[in-house]
Design a protein around this ligand. Structure first.
Ligand SMILES: *Cc1c(COP(=O)(O)O)cnc(C)c1O
Length: 403
C-alpha cells in the first residue's frame, strides 16, 4: 500500500491510457502548466515560430491543429489564433505599426477596426486615412513615405462594396506597402486572399489574411475567435511575438467547437450563399426597396470587381436600402415584424438575422447613394432555415410597411 495521501494519489496517478487511440474528432488538450521531461528540456531555447510546448498560453496540440486547418482553409502557410476577430485585427495592426507610421483603411471597414484605428492607434501616434475601396487612383495618391500598412476588406461591412482588389494590391506592391485583408466575408472559400486573380495577376495577393472564426468557421453562433494567416515566415514571427505580448490564450472547448464546425463549412457556405442570392434578388424587386446591396447583383457597387475575384461565391449577407419615404421608426417596425429573423450582431450562424443601421456617422467619405435615392438600411444575414420560410416571413413583414 502506498503511504501517499488521496490527493497526491490522484494528482500523480501512474496510469496512462495506451497509445493507439484514433478517432475523427481531435482530442481536447487543456493546460496552463505544461510539463517538461527534465531540467534539460526546460533550459532549451524557445522556437520563434510559436509552436512549442512550454506553457498553455501559446497553445496546446488542439490549438495547433486548428491553426493548421485554418492555414489550409486560407491557402496560407502559418496561422495565429486569437480570442476574437476583433483581437485578430488589433494584433495585426499592433504587430506591424509603430509611432509615426500611417495606416490606410477602407471607408467601409468593419466598425470595430475603424474604432481601433481612430481610438487606440491614434493614441499610439499612428495616423490613419480612410480610402474609397472602389477608387484606385485616389487610393494611390494617399500612399506616402509613412504608409506602413493597408487594410482591405472584401466585401466591405454593411454596404458590401466589393473593392478593386487587383488595383489596390498592385498599387501596394508597387509602393512596397504591407497589406492585411479582413477575409471574414469569404472565409477563405470565396477566393484566395494570397492570390486574388490567379489567371490575370499570378502571385498577386495580400500579405496577411485575417478572419473572424466567430462567423463561418464556427457556424454555431456560440464561439468568439479570430485568426491571422500569412505565407511569410518573417511576418508570422512578428505576429507570434505580438501574440505573446498580448497574452492571447484560448479556451480549448472553444477551439474544439470551431474544429467541429470546419468539416461542414464549405457545405454551409454554399447553402447560405444560394439562399442569400435568392432572397436578395427577390428583395430587389420589392417596391418598398430602393436598392439591394449584394456583390453578385449587377448594379451593386463593385460588382465588376467581384466578378473578377469571386465569381462563384456571394457570401451570406445582403443589405436593403429602403425608399426614403419610410423613416427609421417604420423600418424598425418592419424588423420587429419578422418572426424568423433574429435581431442581433454577428452572422454565419444557423439563425437568420436582420439589423437596421444608420450609417451617417460611420462613414468618412459618404455613402454610395444620396438621401433622395434611399433612406434606412437593413443588413440581412441568412442562416440555415429553409429559404421558402424566410421568404414568407419577409413577405409578411412588408405588411407592416403598408401606407
Ligand atoms: C464579426 C467581424 C469581425 C470581428 O469578429 P468578432 O469575433 O466578433 O470580434 C471582424 N471583421 C468582420 C468583417 C466581421 O464581420
Amino acid at each position: 500500500m502506498s503511504k501517499r495521501g488521496p490527493s497526491t494519489e490522484q494528482i500523480h496517478h501512474p496510469f496512462r491510457a495506451p497509445d493507439g487511440w484514433d478517432a475523427v474528432p481531435v482530442p481536447v488538450a487543456k493546460a496552463s502548466t505544461v510539463l517538461f521531461r527534465n531540467t534539460a528540456a526546460l533550459h532549451q531555447p524557445r522556437s520563434g515560430d510559436g509552436i512549442s510546448y512550454r506553457y498553455g498560453l501559446p497553445g496546446t496540440p488542439t490549438t495547433y491543429t486548428l491553426a493548421a486547418r485554418i492555414a489550409t482553409l486560407e491557402h496560407a502557410e502559418h496561422c495565429v489564433l486569437t480570442p476574437s476577430g476583433l483581437s485578430a485585427i488589433t494584433l495585426t495592426s499592433l504587430a506591424f505599426l509603430k509611432p509615426g507610421d500611417e495606416v490606410l483603411v477602407p471607408d467601409n471597414v468593419y466598425g470595430q477596426n475603424r474604432h481601433i484605428t481612430t481610438g487606440l492607434l491614434s493614441r499610439l501616434g499612428i495616423t490613419h486615412r480612410f480610402y474609397d475601396p472602389l477608387d484606385v487612383p485616389a487610393f494611390e495618391a494617399l500612399l506616402g513615405e509613412r504608409t506602413r500598412l493597408v487594410w482591405l476588406e472584401a466585401a466591405g461591412s454593411i454596404t458590401l462594396e466589393f473593392p478593386d482588389l487587383v488595383g489596390l494590391l498592385t498599387a501596394c506592391r508597387a509602393h512596397g506597402v504591407l497589406t492585411a485583408l479582413d477575409n471574414t466575408w469569404g472565409a477563405g472559400l470565396a477566393f484566395n486572399a494570397f492570390e486574388v486573380a490567379p489567371a490575370e495577376a499570378p502571385g498577386l495577393g495580400a500579405d496577411i489574411s485575417m478572419q473572424a472564426l466567430t462567423k463561418f468557421p464556427s457556424g454555431g453562433a456560440d464561439v468568439l475567435m479570430g485568426a491571422v494567416c500569412t505565407r511569410d515566415p518573417a511576418l508570422h514571427r512578428q505576429l507570434v511575438a505580438m501574440h505573446e505580448f498580448l497574452g492571447h490564450g484560448l479556451g480549448q472547448n472553444d477551439v474544439e467547437a470551431v474544429l467541429r464546425g470546419l468539416p461542414t463549412i464549405a457545405l454551409r457556405f454554399r447553402a447560405q450563399d444560394a439562399a442569400t442570392r435568392e432572397l436578395a434578388q427577390w428583395m430587389a424587386g420589392r417596391p418598398e426597396v430602393a436598392r439591394v446591396l449584394h456583390p453578385a447583383l449587377p448594379g451593386s457597387p463593385g460588382h465588376a470587381h467581384w466578378r473578377r475575384v469571386s465569381p462563384q461565391a456571394g457570401g451570406c449577407l445582403f443589405s436593403a436600402v429602403f425608399q426614403p419615404r419610410f423613416d427609421a421608426r417604420r423600418i424598425d417596425a418592419f424588423v420587429d415584424a419578422l418572426q424568423l429573423f433574429g435581431i442581433g450582431y454577428s452572422w454565419a450562424g444557423p439563425m437568420s438575422l436582420a439589423v437596421p443601421y444608420d450609417l451617417t456617422r460611420s462613414r468618412s467619405l459618404g455613402l454610395p447613394w444620396t438621401k433622395e435615392e434611399g433612406g434606412t438600411l437593413v443588413r440581412f444575414a441568412i442562416g440555415l432555415e429553409e429559404v421558402e420560410d424566410l421568404h414568407a416571413d419577409l413577405a409578411r413583414a412588408f405588411e407592416a410597411l403598408r401606407d
